[in-house]
Design a protein around this ligand. Structure first.
Ligand SMILES: [Zn+2]
Length: 118
């Protein structure tokens, strides 16, 4: 079957002209449009963590990501209770990061970093 590009009526394959509206029919119009193919997102493998500094950097990055999400939530929401929740989460996340930093400084001070270089 050929579908008329002009009026959409179904016509036999051997028709060259639509009997309904008179526009030209061609076999190419029978081809369904190819589905839009989306490029797969390129996966960037993480750099291998070889030093404690790198490990700490990834740890910081991972602990910062929820903060970014919370800030986006804080900026985008109009709901006051959601804003309060986002503020609370932000404060808790900042406290957690401060604790990570203190923990890291303590580990550095006690000299345990050299044993963690794997
Ligand atoms: Zn037609």
């Amino acid at each position: 079957m050929l579908t008329c590009p002009h009026c959409g009526s179904q016509n036999p394959d051997y028709y060259t002209q639509c009997p309904n509206c008179g526009s030209a029919l061609s076999a190419a119009q029978q081809q369904a449009a190819a589905p839009v193919s989306y490029a797969a997102p390129s996966y960037q493998p993480a750099e291998p963590v070889t030093t404690t500094g790198g490990w700490f950097g990834w740890y910081m990055l991972m602990s910062l990501l929820p903060i970014i999400g919370t800030i986006i939530m804080l900026c985008s929401t109009k709901d006051p209770s959601a804003k309060n929740y986002a503020k609370l989460m932000l404060i808790l996340q900042i406290i957690a990061i401060v604790l990570y930093i203190i923990m890291f400084i303590c580990m550095a001070a006690s000299g345990s970093l050299s044993s963690m270089n794997y």
